[in-house]
Ligand binder design. Structure first.
Ligand code: ATP
Ligand code: MG
Ligand code: MG
Ligand code: MG
Length: 439
C-alpha cells in the first residue's frame, strides 16, 4: 500500500478523552473513530488488525474441529423468555421493538439462538459431539463504556457452543477450547493466563477466564508467579485425544490463579510467599461448561443409545476479538507508539523515502516495494512529501515490526537502513539483504 493512496488519519495531538495508552494510540494511529459512546467505526488500519485477529481465531477454532457459522445480531425476545434470561439480563440488554410491536433485542451473547438451532435439527446422540461457533458483533449497554474498544457497547466476539451427550464429553470440549485459546493468544503475541472465575449470568461451575496482565486491566487477579513461565508453544496436540487435552488443562490450571470473584486467601496462603502475586488483568476470553441449563429450559433433547431422550450437555466459549486490539497494545508499546507482534501486524514493513521526488530514491523504494510484495509481505510505502521526522514519528506510532529507510546518501554507498521497531536497532545493508532479513 502506498501511503499517498491510503486512508491513515494520524493525529498529532493526544486526544484528551483517552485515559489509557491503547485507546490513545488507536485514536492517534487512525485505527478507530468513535461513532457514539462505546461504538466505533473501524478505519482501514484498525480494520486490518481486527481481521488478522479474527483470522487467527478462525484458524485455531477450525484446527480444534469447531465449525464456523453466522448468526444474526438481532434476536427475537421469545427465545430469551423461554430460557428465563429476558428478565434476568437486565439493563445491559438493548431491547428494540419492531414496527409490528414485536420485542427484539441486539444479542449480547447467543446461547438461546444456538440452542434453538440445535433442537430444530439434532435429535440423536449419533450427531454428537458438535461444536459450532461464530464471530459476530454483540451489544451490551455497558453502564460505563470506556477505554476505547476495551469496554465498548458494540464489540466483536467469537462465541462457540459445544453440544455433547455426557458431562465427560462436554468437559473434553471445554479442555479443547482451553488448548485452542492458549494457541490463539500466543499467536497474537500475548500471554493470557487461564484463571478460575465465576459463572456470572451465563451460569456454570466450570469456568476459566483468560487474562492478560496489565496495569490498566479492570480485573484484580491473584496468582502463583510460576504460571507465567508456562507457554504452549508449537507443540503437537491431537484435539481428539481426551488425555492430551486434559493434560494441558492440568498443566495450565494446577497453579493458583484466580480473579477476585473466586479468590480464596486461605488457599493463596499456601503458595510460597515469594511467588504470590497480586496484579491487574484484562479479560480477553472465557470458557464455560454449564451442563443442561439451557437444554433443560429450552427442551434441547437427544436420544441416547438406549433410546431415552436426554438433555444435551453444553458449554459456551468466548473470545473478545475487538477487545484484543486494546490488550495487545497495552502489552506491546513504548512511548513512541504501538509495537505490533508479527502475528497481527497490519503491514509487515514500512518503507520510508527520505527524498520523495529524487529519481534514484523513488526507484529504489519502488524496487523494494515490488520485491516485498512478490514475497507475499505487505509493505506500507510512505511516498508522501512529508519531512523525514514526521514520517519516522508516524511509522513509530503505527508500530510495524520493520522499517526500511531509503535516502540518496545511503544509496550512494549501495545501502538502505533496516530498523526493528521492537529493539530499535538499525543496520545498513544493501536492499536485497534488508529484504532477506525480514522475509
Ligand atoms: P467483562 O467482565 O469485561 O464485562 P464479561 O465477563 O461480561 O466481560 P463474557 O460474557 O465472558 O464477558 O464475554 C466473552 C468475552 O467478550 C470477554 O472475555 C471479553 O473479552 C469480551 N467482552 C465482554 N464485554 C465486552 C465489552 N463490553 N467490550 C469489549 N469486549 C467485551
Ligand atoms: Mg460484562
Ligand atoms: Mg467478566
Ligand atoms: Mg467473562
Amino acid at each position: 500500500m502506498r501511503l499517498s493512496r491510503y486512508f491513515l488519519p494520524v493525529l498529532k495531538e493526544t486526544p484528551s478523552e483517552a485515559q489509557i495508552v491503547s485507546h490513545r494510540y488507536m485514536l492517534r494511529a487512525g485505527m478507530i473513530k468513535q461513532a457514539s459512546a462505546g461504538i466505533y467505526s473501524w478505519l482501514p488500519l484498525g480494520y486490518k488488525v481486527l481481521k488478522n485477529i479474527e483470522n487467527i481465531v478462525h484458524e485455531e477454532q477450525q484446527r480444534a474441529g469447531h465449525i464456523p457459522m453466522l448468526m444474526p445480531t438481532l434476536q427475537s425476545a421469545d427465545l430469551w423468555r423461554e430460557s428465563g434470561r429476558y428478565d434476568d439480563y437486565g439493563e445491559e440488554m438493548l431491547r428494540i421493538t419492531d414496527r409490528h410491536g414485536r420485542d427484539m433485542l441486539y444479542g449480547p451473547t447467543n446461547e438461546e439462538l444456538i440452542t434453538d438451532i440445535f433442537r430444530s435439527h439434532v435429535s440423536s446422540y449419533k450427531d454428537l459431539p458438535l461444536t459450532l461457533y461464530h464471530i459476530q458483533w454483540k451489544f451490551r449497554d455497558e453502564i460505563r463504556p470506556r477505554f476505547g474498544v476495551m469496554r465498548g457497547r458494540e464489540f466483536l466476539m467469537k462465541d462457540g457452543y459445544n453440544f455433547d451427550l455426557t458431562k465427560e464429553d462436554a468437559l473434553h470440549a471445554y479442555n479443547r477450547h482451553l488448548v485452542s485459546y492458549l494457541r490463539s493468544y500466543e499467536r497474537m503475541g500475548l500471554q493470557a493466563i487461564p484463571m478460575r472465575a465465576d459463572g456470572g449470568p451465563i451460569g456454570g461451575d466450570y469456568t476459566h477466564e483468560f487474562l492478560v496482565l496489565a496495569e490498566t486491566g479492570e480485573s484484580e487477579v491473584f496468582y502463583d508467579s510460576q504460571i507465567t513461565d508456562l507457554t504452549f508453544g508449537d507443540r503437537a496436540i491431537d484435539f481428539d485425544s481426551v488425555e492430551q487435552c486434559q493434560a494441558v488443562l492440568e498443566e495450565f490450571t494446577s497453579r493458583y490463579a484466580r480473579t477476585d470473584e473466586t479468590h480464596d486467601e486461605a488457599i493463596f496462603a499456601e503458595v510460597p510467599e515469594e511467588r504470590r502475586r497480586t496484579a491487574r488483568g484484562i479479560e480477553v476470553g472465557q470458557i464455560f461448561y454449564f451442563g443442561t441449563k439451557y437444554s433443560d429450559a429450552m427442551g434441547a433433547l437427544v436420544q441416547n443409545a438406549e433410546g431415552d431422550k436426554v438433555p444435551v450437555h453444553m458449554g459456551s466459549h468466548g473470545i473478545g476479538v475487538s477487545r484484543l486490539l486494546g490488550a495487545i497494545i497495552e502489552a506491546n508499546h513504548d512511548d513512541k507508539g504501538i509495537i505490533w507482534p508479527e502475528g497481527v501486524t497490519p503491514f509487515h514493513c514500512g518503507i520510508v523515502n527520505l527524498k520523495q521526488g529524487d529519481d534514484e530514491a523513488d526507484a529504489a523504494c519502488e524496487a523494494i516495494y515490488a520485491s516485498l510484495t512478490a514475497l507475499g509481505l505487505e509493505a506500507l510505502y510512505d511516498d508522501t512529501k512529508e519531512r523525514a521526522g514526521g514520517k519516522f514519528a508516524s511509522m513509530d506510532l503505527i508500530g510495524l515490526p520493520w522499517r526500511i529507510t531509503v535516502g540518496p546518501r545511503g544509496l550512494k554507498n549501495g545501502v538502505v537502513e533496516l530498523t526493528s521497531r521492537r529493539s530499535g536497532e538499525s543496520v545498513e545493508l544493501p536492499p536485497e539483504q534488508a529484504i532477506e532479513r525480514i522475509a
